[in-house]
Every structure is written in C-alpha cells, then in structure tokens.
Design a protein around this ligand. Structure first.
Ligand SMILES: [Zn+2]
Ligand SMILES: [Zn+2]
Length: 162
C-alpha cells in the first residue's frame, strides 16, 4: 500500500503496542483499521507526560475546519477519497476515514494524541466517577449549547462516529 500523502512511498509494517499497523517512513502517518484503532486506544502501554496530555486537551475543539474538509486524501486500499471527522466529536484531532470502512488515517502524531486524550478522559472519568456515570446514563441532548467542556457521553460511547 502506498502512503496517501507521499507519492510512491510504500507504507511499512510496524509493531505499535503489540498491534501491527502500516506507517509511512517519510511523513510518519499511520493507517489503521477499526479493530486496530480500538485495540490501541484500549491499551495504556505508552505513558504520556502531563505536558503532552495537557497540550492535547488544550487543542480540543468541535467540528471540522474548512481547510481540513477540503484537503482530501485517498484511501490507500480502495483509492476513494476519504472523509474527515473530529475524533470523539470534539477532540480537535481531525482524522481521515474511508467511506467504505477500510480504515483510518492518522497524520504524524495524531495516533499518540488520540491515545493521550483517551488517557486524560479516563483519568477524568475515574476522578469524577458518579458525576460521569450520571451523565453517561442520561440521554444526550443535541440541542444543548456547547459550554466548552468535553462531552463524556460522546467520548466514551461514541468514539468514532458523530
Ligand atoms: Zn507519507
Ligand atoms: Zn477504502
């Protein structure tokens, strides 16, 4: 498979936390299918510094910026143009996803960022156990105005699709 960003650069197999992924040796982008993504985010082998987590948390926002919507890249498997989405709906990490569900493209450090965010969310969730459990069990309302905080319901239950 070729890198969707770098012309005629072959993706190389790499072992990432015990999961075999395809990574571009040039731009360091990574190609993962749904199962591989879930396996990696469930593991906590990579330990992130508080600084890295804080940085990832500080960059969170909702929606997909115009420029990210326009910079389309092809799926390395089927060559169809992929679609962009905001991981966890408000993480601020914009990933590319194959419309035929072949997989997800993570640019450079996006995979690490997604993991760091998951860790922060999990830390936060265990800290505020009851409060979060309540939120998770209540029906989410799409009409509620966004108050700048991450939505734990979306993060824990609806990680990949809005
Ligand atoms: Zn590349
Ligand atoms: Zn595809």
């Amino acid at each position: 498979m070729e890198c969707p960003r770098c012309p005629s650069v072959e993706l190389a197999k790499e072992n990432y936390e015990g999961v075999e992924i395809d990574r571009c040796p040039q731009c360091k982008g990574a190609w993962l299918d749904y199962g591989e993504v879930s396996k990696i985010v469930e593991k906590r082998q990579v330990v992130f510094s508080q600084e890295f987590k804080a940085e990832a948390m500080a960059e969170t926002f909702r929606g997909v910026p115009q420029e990210a919507q326009e910079s389309r890249i092809p799926c390395p498997e089927c060559m169809r143009m992929m679609t962009t989405f905001n991981y966890g709906s408000d993480s601020g990490v914009i990933l590319d996803k194959c419309k035929k569900d072949h997989g997800f493209w993570f640019d450079n450090d996006e995979l690490e960022k997604v993991q760091a965010l998951r860790e922060s969310w999990q830390d936060e969730a265990s800290k505020r156990g009851d409060e979060w459990k309540k939120l998770i069990s209540s029906e989410p309302s799409e009409e509620e105005p966004y108050d700048g905080t991450l939505s734990p319901f979306k993060l824990l239950v609806n990680l990949f699709y809005d």
